[in-house]
Write a protein of this length. Structure first.
Length: 121
Protein backbone atom coordinates (compact mmCIF):
# COMPACT_ATOMS: atom_id res chain seq x y z
CA UNK A 1 0.00 0.00 0.00
CA UNK A 2 1.19 3.51 -0.78
CA UNK A 3 1.75 5.76 2.18
CA UNK A 4 1.19 9.49 1.97
CA UNK A 5 4.37 11.41 1.25
CA UNK A 6 4.31 14.80 2.94
CA UNK A 7 5.21 18.11 1.37
CA UNK A 8 3.86 17.28 -2.07
CA UNK A 9 1.81 20.32 -2.93
CA UNK A 10 2.72 20.92 -6.58
CA UNK A 11 3.66 18.88 -9.61
CA UNK A 12 7.25 20.08 -9.20
CA UNK A 13 7.19 18.70 -5.63
CA UNK A 14 5.93 15.44 -7.08
CA UNK A 15 8.80 15.29 -9.59
CA UNK A 16 11.29 16.04 -6.83
CA UNK A 17 9.80 13.28 -4.64
CA UNK A 18 10.28 10.76 -7.46
CA UNK A 19 13.84 11.94 -8.08
CA UNK A 20 14.80 11.72 -4.40
CA UNK A 21 13.55 8.12 -4.32
CA UNK A 22 15.87 6.96 -7.10
CA UNK A 23 13.38 7.52 -9.88
CA UNK A 24 10.39 5.51 -8.71
CA UNK A 25 7.58 6.23 -6.25
CA UNK A 26 4.13 4.76 -5.65
CA UNK A 27 1.45 7.12 -4.36
CA UNK A 28 -2.28 7.29 -4.06
CA UNK A 29 -3.80 8.91 -7.12
CA UNK A 30 -5.40 11.38 -4.73
CA UNK A 31 -1.96 12.84 -3.98
CA UNK A 32 -1.16 13.18 -7.67
CA UNK A 33 -4.54 14.82 -8.31
CA UNK A 34 -4.03 17.25 -5.43
CA UNK A 35 -0.54 18.17 -6.66
CA UNK A 36 -2.07 18.86 -10.07
CA UNK A 37 -4.66 21.10 -8.41
CA UNK A 38 -7.81 19.34 -9.56
CA UNK A 39 -10.86 18.62 -7.46
CA UNK A 40 -12.21 15.60 -9.31
CA UNK A 41 -10.79 12.81 -11.46
CA UNK A 42 -12.86 12.94 -14.61
CA UNK A 43 -11.47 11.52 -17.82
CA UNK A 44 -10.23 14.91 -19.02
CA UNK A 45 -8.46 15.62 -15.72
CA UNK A 46 -6.74 12.22 -15.81
CA UNK A 47 -5.62 12.87 -19.38
CA UNK A 48 -4.32 16.31 -18.44
CA UNK A 49 -2.45 14.85 -15.45
CA UNK A 50 -0.82 12.25 -17.70
CA UNK A 51 0.31 14.94 -20.13
CA UNK A 52 1.65 17.10 -17.31
CA UNK A 53 3.57 14.16 -15.83
CA UNK A 54 5.07 13.40 -19.23
CA UNK A 55 6.05 17.05 -19.58
CA UNK A 56 7.88 16.75 -16.25
CA UNK A 57 9.73 13.68 -17.50
CA UNK A 58 7.62 11.24 -15.51
CA UNK A 59 5.80 8.12 -16.62
CA UNK A 60 3.09 6.32 -14.70
CA UNK A 61 1.61 2.90 -14.25
CA UNK A 62 -1.12 2.02 -14.72
CA UNK A 63 -1.70 3.77 -17.99
CA UNK A 64 -4.27 5.18 -18.34
CA UNK A 65 -4.50 6.52 -14.81
CA UNK A 66 -7.06 4.80 -12.57
CA UNK A 67 -10.54 6.18 -12.09
CA UNK A 68 -10.59 6.36 -8.31
CA UNK A 69 -8.43 8.53 -6.05
CA UNK A 70 -7.89 5.66 -3.59
CA UNK A 71 -6.02 3.64 -6.19
CA UNK A 72 -2.24 3.55 -6.33
CA UNK A 73 -0.12 4.83 -9.17
CA UNK A 74 3.58 4.22 -9.71
CA UNK A 75 5.52 7.22 -11.00
CA UNK A 76 8.95 6.83 -12.55
CA UNK A 77 11.53 8.89 -14.38
CA UNK A 78 11.22 8.52 -18.15
CA UNK A 79 14.41 7.51 -19.95
CA UNK A 80 15.82 5.85 -16.83
CA UNK A 81 16.84 2.27 -16.19
CA UNK A 82 13.70 1.88 -14.10
CA UNK A 83 11.59 3.04 -17.04
CA UNK A 84 13.34 0.45 -19.21
CA UNK A 85 12.57 -2.35 -16.73
CA UNK A 86 8.94 -1.28 -16.34
CA UNK A 87 8.59 -1.15 -20.13
CA UNK A 88 10.18 -4.58 -20.45
CA UNK A 89 7.84 -6.08 -17.84
CA UNK A 90 4.75 -4.53 -19.40
CA UNK A 91 5.70 -5.38 -22.99
CA UNK A 92 6.20 -9.13 -23.16
CA UNK A 93 8.73 -10.24 -25.78
CA UNK A 94 11.83 -12.41 -25.98
CA UNK A 95 13.99 -9.30 -26.23
CA UNK A 96 12.41 -7.88 -23.10
CA UNK A 97 12.95 -11.21 -21.32
CA UNK A 98 16.66 -10.78 -21.98
CA UNK A 99 16.54 -7.20 -20.78
CA UNK A 100 14.89 -8.26 -17.51
CA UNK A 101 17.41 -11.07 -16.99
CA UNK A 102 20.29 -8.68 -17.58
CA UNK A 103 18.85 -6.11 -15.19
CA UNK A 104 18.75 -8.57 -12.32
CA UNK A 105 21.83 -10.65 -13.05
CA UNK A 106 20.14 -13.57 -14.78
CA UNK A 107 18.83 -15.31 -11.67
CA UNK A 108 15.32 -16.66 -12.32
CA UNK A 109 14.10 -16.21 -8.73
CA UNK A 110 15.35 -12.64 -8.65
CA UNK A 111 13.70 -11.90 -11.98
CA UNK A 112 10.38 -13.20 -10.70
CA UNK A 113 10.68 -11.08 -7.56
CA UNK A 114 11.47 -7.94 -9.58
CA UNK A 115 8.49 -8.57 -11.85
CA UNK A 116 6.24 -8.98 -8.82
CA UNK A 117 7.55 -5.77 -7.29
CA UNK A 118 7.01 -3.81 -10.51
CA UNK A 119 3.65 -5.15 -11.57
CA UNK A 120 1.87 -6.39 -8.46
CA UNK A 121 2.53 -3.59 -5.99
Amino acid sequence: MAFPIRNIETMDDLREAVETRDGVLTLLLEQVRDAYGAGRLGVHVRTAISKKLQGLGLGHYPDPLPTYQEEEVRLYTLGSGIADIIGAVLGPSREHDEEIRSAVGGEAAEVLEKVRELVCE
